[in-house]
Design a protein around this ligand. Structure first.
Ligand SMILES: Nc1ncnc2c1ncn2[C@@H]1O[C@H](COP(=O)(O)OP(=O)(O)OP(=O)(O)O)[C@@H](O)[C@H]1O
Ligand SMILES: [Mg+2]
Length: 321
């Protein structure tokens, strides 16, 4: 089903759809054929072609994916495959190109070079169909603090055309699946950081996505809250057979929870494998930290870049705190 909007409902501009006042915007254009961004939520799930899901194809396949911002090459020929039912971790230092890759996959950025297929559906040719298949928790927070947990999830149920008759039940199920039933009618402003991230997970899950995409779902959380988020991810995956693409800077999480990982650096994938395979390649007793260092040894090119990324991370962490 549909992907959720990126980058902050709190910062979004008001739009009205059929009497439903929402703050929603697809930044950076809605994929090809959607120049300028704003996509009607009604069209998002139902406006695309019916999604054909062929059994043999992977959940996600990126081939030769490339993206530039002006002269700067952020994603430089990425080949990536997420198999059905697996949790796939995309790791790499700040500025490696992880979020840009995800924004291409979620059709939030137009695909100009290379290809993205979600369950065999081309993100370039069928962006609306692809959105129907994915749920997305962006790196920056997207829950609306002025709404209750239930209202936040109900908004997404409506945005992604969950049938009216099923909406209340599906919203309640999504909230229950992330352990927020009791807090459902409290304002999101009163939630802890871990609860906000779980709420965002519920928002992404309410449309029953086949591919769940999580961009740093545990950033800024304490270890207990991080484990809580991962428990929920694992439960919903086990229950629904979903495939998951996740980025994280926490290598221990990747080691523990990801079936396979890719290490990305300077826009390219440097290594792919199971955590155990990648560790073994570095020698006996090696950790994922060693793997990370081996493939991304040199760090970011310039300090202004590093500063920009640190500021963005701190902003998200502060809002979670
Ligand atoms: N809208 C933009 N305009 C210009 N440059 C951008 C834009 N978005 C990202 N970049 C640049 O593209 C590169 C990759 O950024 P991206 O956000 O994909 O990295 P990332 O791997 O997600 O990093 P982090 O771990 O900090 O989230 C960085 O150098 C970044 O500065
Ligand atoms: Mg990122």
């Amino acid at each position: 089903m549909g992907a959720k909007p990126s980058a902050g409902l709190l910062r979004g501009r008001g739009q009205s759809y059929g009497g439903c006042r929402v703050r929603f915007r697809w930044p950076g254009g809605g994929g090809e054929g959607q120049p300028g961004g704003g996509v009607s939520p009604r069209r998002c799930p139902s406006g695309g072609q019916p999604s054909k899901v062929t059994p043999a194809v992977p959940a996600l396949r990126c081939t030769g994916l490339r993206h530039t911002f002006g002269e700067y090459v952020a994603v430089d020929g990425v080949d990536l495959e997420v198999r059905r039912g697996e949790v796939f971790g995309l790791l790499g230092p700040n500025g490696a190109g992880k979020t840009t890759t995800i924004r291409l996959v979620t059709t939030l950025l137009p695909i100009r070079a290379g290809s993205v297929e979600v369950f065999g559906l081309s993100a370039r040719r069928r962006p609306l169909g692809v959105r129907r298949l994915i749920g997305y928790v962006p790196q920056q927070l997207s829950a609306d603090a002025a709404l209750t947990g239930r209202e936040n999830v109900a908004l997404f149920a409506r945005l992604f055309d969950v049938p009216r008759a099923e909406r209340a039940d599906r919203v309640a199920e999504a909230l229950a699946s992330v352990g927020l039933s009791e807090a459902a009618d409290r304002l999101a402003a009163t939630y802890s950081g871990g609860m906000v991230r779980r709420l965002e997970l519920a928002q992404a899950l309410v449309s029953a996505p086949r591919l769940l995409i999580l961009d740093e779902p545990t950033i800024g959380l304490d270890p207990v809250a991080r484990a809580g988020v991962w428990d929920r991810i694992n439960q919903v995956r086990a229950g629904g057979g979903m495939s998951v693409l996740v980025t994280t800077h926490y290598l221990d999480e990747a080691d523990q929870y990801c079936d396979r990982i890719a290490l990305m650096h300077r826009g390219r994938v440097r290594a792919v494998g199971t955590p155990a395979q990648l560790r073994a390649e570095q020698g006996p007793g090696r950790t994922l930290d060693d793997v990370f260092r081996a493939h991304t040894g040199d760090t970011l090119a310039d300090s202004s870049e590093r500063l920009r990324n640190v500021r963005a991370t701190r902003r998200t962490a502060r809002r979670l705190g």
